[in-house]
Design a protein around this ligand. Structure first.
Ligand code: GLA
Length: 343
């Protein structure tokens, strides 16, 4: 299917945006912390044309589904992601929108890629002034106000600003950022565990509420402001203590990783996974199994779940040129239906 086949004419604009894989700094970005993502080659692409009707028509090529959403309504299914972008950019025309994406769902920011691609297309179509950071912030508002996930800013910033050749170090409080090369001699392996992330929305918002409560009890604006992990011992509730300990130690791991060699970077990834598994409890037994298989391979520098968790994707740092062979070996021993997310 193409825009022309579905809507009977050419689109006025087409724009794309990538998914991302986060190498380190998980569940820190809604507490002012540090993250270290990179873009992946997979992208969402959105083609748009103005129409004369009283409703938007949104076609997903992946789902082979067209949704008709009357102006002023938010729609269902994938519609709120697109309608949110249209409304928050101040556009009140009815639009025909054609979406295609090869970003796998589950931990690689397929939704941020859709938002940023849609926002870029709208910016171009209407000549709007928002820069790439403002675009990212609007994408985050779409998640909050239209989708109902209280996400941080990492995914939209990564999709809007990162490229596939470097890591984007982002301070999610100030939005200051720097790019770093990947550790010398290493490449990134991304696997999809095949576990659908059914609990992601509710579990995510629950974690966010827990660390907000921890910050409140510790008397700091955000857990970013706790730099000595022993401070979290002041929390009387054991669950909140574990949640806060993850965020505080994860921020320290990101800072330690900047400029680290592959071996050290890998150790930090392994420690991040243990923290997400035991302290933050956002992993999944199948993902833990795959991470353990990767970590047991002597060639692998380090491996961890990536993204919000509860299933979905994982990332490993491996020697240059060895990702495919390592993936084949690990997937052959995995009890689930995993696959390599091929570059
Ligand atoms: C999701 C959110 C991000 C971030 C990650 C976890 O991808 O959209 O803002 O919180 O989970 O690090």
């Amino acid at each position: 299917m193409t825009f022309q086949v579905v809507f009977g004419r050419d689109p006025e604009v087409t724009a794309s945006a990538p998914g991302r894989v986060n190498l380190l700094g998980e569940h820190t970005d809604y507490q002012g912390g540090f993250v270290l993502p990179t873009a992946i080659p997979q992208q969402a692409t959105v083609a748009i044309s103005r129409s004369n009707g009283g409703a938007h028509r949104l076609h997903s090529a992946n789902l082979n589904r067209t949704l008709t959403v009357p102006l002023g309504e938010r729609g269902e299914d994938f519609a709120p992601y697109v309608i949110g972008c249209i409304e928050l950019m101040g556009v009140d025309d009815a639009l025909d929108v054609f979406i295609t994406s090869d970003v796998p769902s589950g931990g690689l920011s397929s939704s941020a890629a859709l938002e940023i691609a849609t926002l870029r297309a709208l910016r171009e179509l209407y000549g709007l002034p928002q820069d790439d950071v403002e675009i990212a912030l609007i994408g985050q508002r779409v998640e909050h106000e239209y989708v109902g996930v209280k996400s941080g800013i990492m995914d939209q910033m990564a999709s809007s600003l990162a490229d596939t050749t470097r890591m984007l170090f982002l301070d999610t409080r100030s939005l200051e950022r720097r790019v770093y090369p990947f550790p010398a001699g290493a490449e990134i392996l991304v696997l999809d565990s095949g576990v659908p992330r059914t609990l992601a929305g509710s579990g995510y918002n629950e974690r966010r509420a827990q660390v907000e409560e921890a910050a409140r009890q510790l008397g700091v604006p955000e857990l970013r402001d706790v730099t000595d992990v022993s401070q979290v011992e002041a929390l009387s509730d054991a669950l909140l203590r574990r949640r806060a300990r993850h965020v505080v130690t994860e921020n320290a791991r990101v800072l330690a990783a900047l400029g680290a060699d592959a071996a050290r970077f890998g150790e930090l990834m392994n420690a991040s996974h243990a923290s997400l598994q035991h302290d933050y409890e956002v992993s999944h037994p199948r993902v833990d199994e795959l991470v353990a298989l990767l970590q047991a391979d002597p060639r692998v520098y380090g491996a961890r779940m990536t993204g919000a968790g509860f299933g979905g994707a994982l990332v490993a740092l491996v020697p240059q040129g060895e990702a495919a062979a390592i993936a084949d070996g690990v997937l052959a021993r995995y009890s689930g239906e995993g696959q390599r997310v091929v570059p």
